[in-house]
Write a protein that binds this ligand. Sequence first.
Ligand code: SAM
Length: 396
Amino acid sequence: MPHFAPALRPPDLSLALAELPREPFTDRFHLAVELVERYAGDWALALARELALAPELGGAASARELAARRGFAPSFVPALRGLLRRLNEDGALVAEGHDDEGKPRYRATGRAPEEHRAELRAQGLAVDPAIAPSLDLLDLAGGLYPALARGEVRGEQVLLGAGHVGLWGEYFSNRHPIYAINNVIAAAAALPRLPAGRFSILELGAGAGSASEELLGRLEEAGRLGDLARYEVTEPSTFFRRRAERSLRARFPGLPLTFSRLDIDAPLDPEGPAAGCFDLVLGVNVLHVARDLPAALARLRERLAPGGWLVGGECVRLFPGQPIAAEMVFLAMEGFVEVALDPERRPEPGFLTPELWQRLFAGSGLAPVELVPDLVRVRELYAHFNAGAICGRRPL
Ligand SMILES: C[S@@+](CC[C@H](N)C(=O)[O-])C[C@H]1O[C@@H](n2cnc3c(N)ncnc32)[C@H](O)[C@@H]1O
């Protein structure tokens, strides 16, 4: 296969990223992101063959209609929708009208590009061996799709099963550059929004603590650890919370860190461990998991001191309908897709566009609402910059 050679990183992108640290956004990182996206695209091409999708798409069909034609399990529809989007982007399918739920229909174009996963994997690991967790997780999910389509397994049960804990740990890690970028951006957005003097932080869905580690590291560099009055690290999973506690206490001894459980879907508990008013409420790749996102945001606003900021580091869909590599994994998980939808505020599960985030934050009474970096500008230059922080302030 020809060596995969994506377009070069647009030179103007550095200007649009001026408020972020320069280091992680290198040409090597750009190439790694492109390779991972292409790898997910090639997985879609392989799965289209294995699931025999094209022969059923001589007449246009939506994911739901195609699932019915092929006898796939209804629970496979969100993942199938992701595959069809990807195949559309690669020219194997063309969009043609909508079904009665307003979802796009696709028809096969007759083009069936070759897939080159083995070569892409080798090239990707040569560019940066640290991206292995992205490739491995795509392999895990892609390998599961046929069994999901047949309704033989539940995605979450397999993907989050005990055998894969190590891989998730490597994926949500600052040593994994494709994921770490979310933490870098969230910390860069949070730091200048902290008040002068002492401040308190509430973190949501902290997992094993990769975002906390990044933020604390940046506070240390900025000489601001001494101003930290309270840092409540919350995470519903006991396993991950303990991991976070162990590693953060070891790396940052003597800091006022507390560890507790907070479920962003649950009503606000005024007596709960995370009660209080915080100068910063931070969550990295957590907010989009909320079942009822507007209600969760309204509750989080109540956790903020007047003038405090909610900072949501998020994997962002830059254009409506844009496929994103990581979604191939997450669309296979029930918790990710079973959320309350609303045509205006949350038209589909999973990652949201900048406009939807701005609307949701503003709708929950936060003002101003700012994007870091300016994704509206960034996406004009580069379509795969799928990470950003949405920042909303509780008015004084
Ligand atoms: C994508 S991971 C985020 C990783 C983490 N922020 C880090 O820094 O490594 C999503 C996290 O959200 C947590 N989560 C899932 N549902 C949640 C809920 N309803 N409330 C709070 N956290 C939740 C998960 O347990 C998981 O740790």
